[in-house]
Write a protein that binds this ligand. Structure first.
Ligand code: FES
Length: 149
């Protein structure tokens, strides 16, 4: 049987996580192709709706990767993102999808190894969880969660 290949959406801050991803590429560090990176100017620009839409439109897992605490170029963007991720986790738990499908990570631009390891570990975690029951499209015509049935 073919191994489940999750779709992962990673919202990455331009100043840190996205540059760390670049660094991982330059160092030829391997991370799964399952991770689709969306570059954002700051994680503070990622709303709960962005995360929920990514899950609804086909992602099996979503993470937000921002600057280290105290290093956000917009001062409080990463702390706001951390709160939003916690809020989305709670929502996902309440509707039966599971909050573990969403995470927040912090890293600096030079942490290519951390980016690659985070991408690999998160992908493995979502692979173990299986397909997102709420995604629409691919092989799922509609939401199958308790909230929708
Ligand atoms: Fe990186 Fe705000 S600039 S999280």
């Amino acid at each position: 049987m073919e191994e489940f290949q999750p779709v992962i959406v990673a919202f990455c801050c331009h100043y840190c996580a996205y540059t760390a991803a670049d660094m991982a590429g330059s160092k030829r560090l391997h991370y799964p192709a399952n991770v689709k990176i969306i570059r954002v100017p700051c994680t503070g620009k990622v709303s709960a709706l962005h995360m929920m839409e990514a899950l609804r439109k086909g992602a099996d897992g979503v993470y937000v990767a921002g600057c280290l605490e105290g290093d956000c170029h917009f001062r409080t963007g990463n702390t706001r993102a951390t709160k939003r991720v916690a809020y989305v986790k709670k929502l996902l738990d309440e509707i039966g999808i599971g909050g573990e499908r969403v995470e927040m990570y912090a890293m600096s631009a030079g942490m290519g190894e951390v980016f690659a390891r985070t991408a690999s570990e998160f992908t493995e975690k979502i692979r173990r969880l299986g397909p997102n029951p709420a995604r629409v499209g691919r092989d799922n015509p509609g939401c199958a969660t308790a909230a929708c049935s």
